[in-house]
Design a protein around this ligand. Structure first.
Ligand code: 23J
Ligand code: MN
Length: 257
C-alpha cells in the first residue's frame, strides 16, 4: 500500500471519516451587517434559468449572485488593508498546497454559552497547549463555540451597539502568529468578535492574520465532531481573479482508528 492508496481505502471504509464543516449556501443564511455608513454584504441569490421545461427541456441550472464573504467562506490576505501587499494574497494566487494542513480545535463552547462576547485569550491557548501540545507550524486553528447551532437573529445577535458574538483578542492572534499558523477559523459570521471593532487594532483577527499572509474561515459548523488534534483540513476557495475570499466546502479528514 502507498500512503495515498491506503488513504483512499480508509476513506471508502470509513476508517478515515470525512467531516463536512460547511453550511448549505441558502439565501436565508445571515450575512455580516456593518455600520450603515459602509457598503454592505449582499446575500446569496439564486435564479432559476430552466428546470427541464420550455426554457431548457433536458436541463436545470441557476444563475447565482453573492458577496465573496457569504455563508461558510474563506478570507484571503488581500481582504484586509494590512494584507494588500502580501505576495499571492488573492484567492486565485494562493498555492493549492497552502490550503491543506493539520487542524487544532480549541473548545470555547462553555465560555461562549455563558457569555455572548466571550474572548479567546492567550491564557486559553496556553491551557489548550498544556493539554494537547504546542500548536504546530502550519496548523489551521479553529475556535469552537457551538455558535453554528444558532439560527435566525440569534446568529448575528445584533443589539443597538452592534453584534455580540465571541472572538479572539489581539494578543491571542499574536500568539497564534508566533506559532506560525496557516489560518484561523470560527463558527461565527467573522473571524473577529461581534464587538471586534473596539479592539486595538480594530478587527484584530482580520488585521493581524491577513497582514501576516494567513487565512480566515468563517461560518464553520460541525467543529464538535473534530478531535482537538490529529485531523487534516482541506479548504480550497474558488479561483476568483483578484478575489478576496469565497464560499467553499471545508472538509476535515478524521482518523477513526
Ligand atoms: C468586512 C468588514 C468587516 C468584517 C468583515 C468584512 C468580515 O467579517 C468578513 O466576512 O471577512 S469583520
Ligand atoms: Mn470574510
Amino acid at each position: 500500500m502507498t500512503i495515498l492508496s491506503d488513504l483512499a481505502a480508509r476513506i471508502a471504509t470509513g476508517a478515515v471519516r470525512v467531516v463536512d464543516l460547511t453550511h448549505t449556501l441558502d439565501p436565508d443564511f445571515p450575512v455580516i451587517v456593518l455600520p450603515p455608513e459602509f457598503g454592505q454584504c449582499a446575500r446569496f441569490r439564486m435564479e432559476e434559468v430552466s428546470a427541464y421545461d420550455h426554457r431548457g427541456p433536458a436541463w436545470k441550472w441557476h444563475n447565482l449572485s453573492l458577496n465573496e464573504h457569504t455563508g461558510t467562506h474563506f478570507d484571503a490576505p488581500s481582504h484586509w488593508i494590512s494584507g494588500r501587499d502580501v505576495p499571492n494574497g488573492a484567492v486565485d494566487e494562493i498555492a493549492p498546497e497552502a490550503l491543506i494542513g493539520p487542524v487544532c480545535v480549541i473548545d470555547c463552547s462553555a465560555g461562549a454559552a455563558a457569555d455572548d462576547d466571550f474572548a479567546l485569550t492567550p491564557e486559553h491557548i496556553r491551557d489548550w497547549e498544556a493539554a494537547h501540545g504546542q500548536i504546530p507550524s502550519g496548523a489551521w486553528v479553529l475556535m469552537r463555540t457551538d455558535w453554528s447551532h444558532r439560527s435566525g437573529a440569534d446568529y448575528l445577535n445584533m443589539a443597538e451597539d452592534g453584534a455580540h458574538s465571541p472572538g479572539p483578542t489581539p494578543d491571542a492572534i499574536r500568539l497564534l502568529l508566533d506559532r506560525d499558523i496557516r489560518g484561523f477559523g470560527t463558527e461565527t459570521v467573522g473571524t473577529d468578535a461581534g464587538q471586534g471593532s473596539h479592539y486595538d487594532p480594530p478587527f484584530p483577527a482580520h488585521y493581524l492574520l491577513h497582514g501576516a499572509g494567513k487565512f480566515g474561515l468563517q461560518c464553520l459548523r460541525n467543529l464538535d465532531q473534530l478531535p482537538p488534534t490529529g485531523a487534516v483540513l482541506i479548504a480550497p476557495p474558488l479561483k476568483i481573479k483578484g478575489g478576496t475570499g469565497s464560499p467553499l466546502r471545508v472538509l476535515a479528514l478524521v482518523d477513526q482508528t
